[in-house]
Ligand binder design. Structure first.
Ligand code: FES
Length: 106
């Protein structure tokens, strides 16, 4: 279980507990957090689950694989902190993770 903080583009924060084994995308979906659309359901095929990971966490989560890297090219204004939340698993080690939502998805 990990507490994940999702910050909307407006600055509105949502702090929720997410079970281990779910993805950060599923944590948003299950808690009705607006701004993560996840159109493909987590198949790394849509880029609408894009977030910017807090800089303090960027090195603490596993690196992107080639597929995520490619899909991020289709995301809205990606940068070096961009991740697809369907590719980031929740674990105890990620307790306190903070992600910022983009202005929009695609
Ligand atoms: Fe489609 Fe993550 S949900 S790429």
């Amino acid at each position: 279980m990990a507490k994940i903080t999702y910050i909307e583009h407006s600055g509105k924060k949502h702090e929720v507990e997410v079970a281990n084994g779910l993805t950060v995308m599923e944590g948003a979906r299950d808690n009705n957090i607006p701004g993560i659309e996840a159109d493909c359901g987590g198949a790394c095929a849509c880029s609408t689950c894009h977030v910017y990971v807090d800089a303090a966490w960027a090195e603490k989560i596993p690196a992107k694989d080639a597929m995520e890297e490619d899909m991020l090219d289709f995301a809205w204004e990606p940068n070096e902190l961009s991740r697809l939340t369907c590719q980031v698993k929740v674990t105890d080690e990620r307790d306190g993770l903070v992600v910022q939502l983009p202005e929009k998805q695609i």
